[in-house]
Design a protein around this ligand. Structure first.
Ligand code: PLP
Length: 387
């Protein structure tokens, strides 16, 4: 057996490796608390489950779905974008379902990159922004997110050569892993940069519905000119507790969506229609109160974690969005991986090393808030006791 050389270019997926470690420890009777992956711990909201139950009982949903998606799914996404973000979308040409944002982001690299091309990728960032281009046989150039710029990249620092070779630019706000929200004026800068260099912007909108303290996250597409240069990948995973269902949509530039459709129709056969119907329910106003209640839970957990870390002398900013707290590792560790390994071995708590999200994430760790309050408190106490 000889796997491709391409596969050697990427590291094993962080959470796939961790799963094994956690399973081994649990099998050895150790009480492991995982604050690693961002996977909501509470059930999908009841109206969505009920819609799925109805949909799955209808044999009309059982056959191959079309990659273009059901008309009612596309209309529901367009209506949601209008009411939620003030963005007008043509449901026929500017909306398509995806089997999760991860699939969509990966397939955009296959659809847009040739070997001589690069993607500009937020650093730290969701690993697929770099893994996707490499698996597509192209390159990725990291754009460090600058704390002093509100965790935005400095677009002026991108060399002309990189800007000319770049065909894709991946950004994400509210941001995983830093928890940052988009700084004022940044999306406008991105539109101008993308127009100047003929780049497709991919705004990964995985966390717009998961925000706190009254903050309401915008869509990139609400920025003037954004639809000419970009697409947004909207995921239902986090905001609706639907990680296991695999439900997302790509919205925005019609030509980019047509290219994605051409690629995708050769790769998979579309999103299960019953899941599309459940997503229609998720995007209705019926579910708004569930989203608000969930965000109240995350606000409470965020405050618990931030307070405990501050008591332990860790300087940490309370995020206004996402399900993550991003904090500096204590002094005395070689790197974030060494610190996280130490916490796992000594406290049986899983946290994510910032370096796994890119070079600029080094020196930080990420805590996911998707664990019940008591366990979260216990985990942070264990970390505090390590000193
Ligand atoms: C920034 C970001 N994008 C995309 C995803 C994946 O979303 P999905 O479940 O829709 O594939 C995640 C999941 O953690 C994420 O953090």
């Amino acid at each position: 057996m000889r796997p491709s050389k391409r596969l050697d270019l990427i590291p094993p997926y962080l959470f796939a490796q961790l799963e094994k470690k956690i399973a081994d420890k649990k099998a050895a009777g150790i009480d492991v608390i995982s604050l690693g992956i961002g996977d909501p711990d509470t059930p999908t909201y009841a109206p969505i489950v009920a819609a799925m139950q109805r949909a799955v009982a209808d044999p009309g949903t059982h056959q191959y779905p079309s990659n273009r998606g059901r008309q009612d799914f596309r209309a529901a996404v367009a209506a949601f974008y209008q009411r939620r973000f003030g963005v007008t979308l043509d449901a026929d040409s500017e909306v398509m379902p995806a089997i999760g944002a991860k699939e969509c982001i990966f397939n955009l690299s296959l659809a847009f990159l040739d070997p001589e091309d690069i993607a500009l990728a937020s650093d730290p960032g969701y690993p697929v922004y770099t893994g996707g281009p490499l698996l597509a046989g192209a390159g990725a150039v990291l754009m460090p997110l600058k704390p002093e710029l509100g965790f935005a990249p400095d677009l002026d620092a991108i060399s002309d050569a990189d800007a000319e070779r770049a065909k894709l630019l991946f950004i994400n706000y509210p941001n995983n892993p830093t928890g940052a929200i988009v700084p004022d004026g940044f999306f406008e800068q991105v539109v101008a940069f993308a127009k100047r260099h003929d780049i497709l912007v991919v705004h990964d909108n995985a966390y717009s519905e998961t925000t706190y303290d009254g903050y309401v996250a915008p869509s990139f597409l609400a920025t003037p000119g954004a639809k000419e240069v970009g697409v947004e990948v909207f995921s239902l995973s986090k905001g609706y507790n639907m990680t296991g269902w695999r439900a997302a949509a790509i919205v925005g530039n019609a030509d980019a969506i047509a290219a994605y459709w051409k690629l995708k129709s050769n790769v998979d056969s579309g999103l299960f229609e019953a899941v599309q119907l459940a997503a229609v329910e998720a995007l209705s106003t019926e579910v708004d109160k569930d989203v608000a209640a969930m965000n109240a839970v995350y606000t409470r957990r965020r405050d618990l974690v931030v307070e405990a870390l501050r008591q332990a002398g860790v300087e940490v900013t309370a995020p206004k969005g996402t399900i993550y707290v991003w904090a500096p590792i204590p002094a005395g560790y070689e790197n974030s991986a060494a610190y996280c390994e130490h916490v796992l071995e000594q406290a049986a708590v899983v946290i994510s090393p910032g370096g796994a999200y890119g070079a600029s994430g080094e020196g930080f760790f990420r805590i996911s808030l998707t664990t019940p309050d008591e366990r979260l408190v216990e985990a942070v106490e264990r970390i505090k006791q390590l000193g």
